[in-house]
Write a protein that binds this ligand. Structure first.
Ligand SMILES: Nc1ncnc2c1ncn2[C@@H]1O[C@H](COP(=O)(O)OP(=O)(O)O)[C@@H](O)[C@H]1O
Ligand SMILES: [Mg+2]
Length: 619
């Protein structure tokens, strides 16, 4: 056993088997300074794409400038070749073809660069968010809804990405806008003003439309979510729905919410139908004014036909910024809100972290101590000089477990049994007192080595949507099939796995629907057997297994407990009988400690708890 006084001389040969990283680490995080604006906070990410971004923008600037030159060439073609017949039309045709091809190539280049960058940023944000989420402590997951996190990972990242693609394109479009105006002014100032006079209307009506659409689009979105919820509950809850013969009611619910969605969508389209024709036709009004004034000028000989044709083409270029400016503003608002929601997660600090100088726990012998532990959920610091609060789950809790001992923890539902397991694995930190393993405070040990040394089998084990083999080999992906089969055999799971359609290669459903609770439990036991931890915690692990099957796997459980320190949290007498010693907890502390027989003889509260849970057990 190593004392806590010489952590620096600890051997650090602990090596968890884990798959190697196959993706490149994101090159940067976000700026941790929360007082900065969202773009500034993202700038470390954006900076890693500086080269691509400036390259793409340069290409875009060229492509758009060429676009702005085309009407000029057309003008010269008309004026010089067709009208004045001073030069050959084919020269202009060749010039236009060359400009067109160059523009196409540059447009391809900038789009390729820009979209590539956008998706790399999306990927980067996604890995960053996920990496960060995996560092966060249980207390975070207690607070947030998983649906919220998933939506942040999807739609919020997408809306930031879209803005980061769209905004630079818009910025560069201003270049062609400026060039176009410069050329137009150089041809005829008044005609330029006439051509532009109607364009602000595009912006104004566009804004009106957005003001109408924006709230409706929220309604549409939330109603779409309602429909999705009904469908989701219908499918995931199909067993309940059918067992109550409530299909018709579900169909009615769906029809209801689908109808409400239809109404909202109709409203949105009604608004679009009213405004879009106006927005689309305002430039034509400008065109008409321009043709009227320009035509007169041509008749008067102040303007050439080519000039008029060029203006005609420029109006198309000019309207774009008016159309998209409002959209850009809206996207930037959304992207800002989305970015802030993403930052909220990235700014979250894990509460349980390895402290500097934490050492690896190597080959522990497995003695465990809970030393005056006081703990409550959801509070950082509790108590003080006056001692403890009524909200404490554990209240001056003391327990010593020797290496290799098998201890059953018994107590009423909600008495804090699972909490004891969570503290041993350091899912949470104690408010007072300490939990030690081999005399080392768990806060001095690296979490990786601690959780490698302590294996937890929960009451509802989680199986991943993959094969049985991979689920068992989860902690040791390189384990051979023989090892996996041996673990499954010891967990009394081999027989039923062999009988599955594809044996160990059968994919277990999303929630393990294909398997019974007992079968899932045995796969989880095999998984833990293969991980081979020194300390084992069975948290109600046998509650889903029926008594008969439990009897069958008792041998497996006993084999599993061999040479390990084991904590058995259980209700069932047959499971408790696997332990050498039983502790009864109540009010956050141990109230009785001894063998099952002793407790039964001397502790009426013990028999009461057993009797109560026994009736539970026959649900
Ligand atoms: N993550 C959590 N956040 C807040 N309270 C919790 C959390 N987990 C458990 N509790 C509360 O702590 C108490 C003890 O829970 P638990 O240790 O799971 O009891 P047991 O396993 O003995 O049934 C219960 O009152 C429960 O409601
Ligand atoms: Mg529990």
């Amino acid at each position: 056993m190593h004392g806590e006084d010489h952590p620096t001389s600890e051997p650090t040969t602990f090596e968890a088997e884990a798959p190697t990283t196959r993706y490149p680490e994101p090159p940067s995080g976000i700026d941790p300074d929360q007082s900065k604006g969202w773009i500034a906070r993202l700038s470390p990410v954006l900076r890693t794409h500086r080269a691509v971004m400036s390259g793409a923008l340069a290409l875009a600037a060229v492509a758009m400038s060429i676009g702005a030159l085309v009407p000029l060439v057309t003008r010269n073609a008309i004026d010089n070749a067709l009208d004045a017949r001073t030069s050959n039309l084919s020269t202009f045709v060749i010039v236009l073809i060359v400009l067109g091809i160059t523009r196409a190539v540059f447009t391809f280049g900038y789009r390729y660069g820009l979209y590539g960058m956008a998706f790399r940023i999306e990927y980067q944000l996604r890995t960053m968010l996920h990496t960060h989420l995996s560092t966060l402590s249980f207390s975070f997951y207690d607070r947030v809804q998983s649906g919220q996190i998933i939506s942040r990972a999807n739609s919020d990242i997408r809306s930031v990405q879209m803005f980061l693609t769209f905004a630079p394109i818009m910025a560069v479009q201003l270049v062609s806008f400026v060039i176009a105006i410069a050329i137009m002014v150089s041809i005829n100032i008044i005609l330029t003003i006439v051509a532009m006079v109607a364009l602000p209307g595009v912006f104004v009506f566009g804004q009106r439309l957005r003001q109408l659409i924006f709230p409706i689009s929220w309604i549409v979105q939330s109603r779409m979510a309602d429909v999705a919820t009904v469908v989701d509950e219908n499918i995931n809850g199909v067993r309940v729905v059918k067992s109550f013969a409530a299909e018709e009611r579900q169909v009615n619910d769906l029809a209801d919410s689908a109808f409400r969605l239809r109404w909202a969508q109709m409203q949105a389209h009604y608004a679009r139908a009213r405004y879009n024709p106006i927005i689309e036709n305002i430039p034509r009004l400008g065109l008409a004014l321009m043709l009227l004034y320009g035509g007169l000028e041509v008749i008067d000989g102040n303007l050439s036909i080519g000039d008029l044709v060029a203006f005609n083409l420029y109006i198309v270029i000019l309207q774009a910024p008016f159309r998209f400016l409002g959209m850009l503003l809206m996207m930037s608002q959304r992207a800002k809100a989305s970015a802030e929601r993403i930052f909220e997660i990235l700014d979250e600090q894990p509460t349980v972290v390895d402290r500097g100088g934490a050492f690896d726990l190597v080959d522990p012998i497995g003695s465990i101590t809970f030393d005056s532990v006081t703990f409550a959920y959801g509070t950082e610091i509790v108590g003080g000089a006056e001692g403890v609060d009524s909200g404490n789950i554990l209240d001056d809790f003391n327990l010593d477990i020797s290496p290799g001992e098998r201890v059953a923890i018994v107590g009423r539902t909600g008495s804090g049994k699972s909490t004891i397991a969570r503290l041993l694995l350091r899912f949470y930190d104690t408010q007072m007192g300490r939990v030690t393993i081999d005399g080392n405070d768990v806060r001095d040990i690296t979490s990786r080595s601690l959780r490698h040394a302590v294996g937890l089998i929960p009451d509802e084990p989680f199986l991943f949507s993959t094969t049985v083999h991979d689920n068992i080999a989860y902690t040791r992906p390189d384990a051979s099939s023989d090892e996996v089969v041996a673990a499954a055999t010891a967990a009394n799971a081999h027989a039923f796995i062999r009988d599955l359609d594809e044996g160990y290669d059968s994919v277990v459903g999303e929630r393990g629907y294909d398997l019974s609770g007992g079968q899932r439990q045995r796969i989880a036991i095999a998984r833990t057997l293969l991980a081979n931890p020194r300390v084992l915690v069975l948290d109600d692990a046998t509650s889903a297994i029926d008594v008969q099957v439990e009897a069958e796997i008792h041998e497996a459980l006993l084999a599993l407990m061999e040479n390990r320190t084991t904590i058995i949290i259980a209700h069932r007498l047959s499971t408790i009988s696997l332990a050498d010693r039983v502790v009864l907890i109540e009010g956050g502390r141990v109230v009785a400690d001894g063998t099952h027989q002793e407790l039964l003889a001397t502790e009426p509260r013990y028999s009461a708890v057993l009797a109560a849970s026994d009736s539970d057990g026959h649900r």
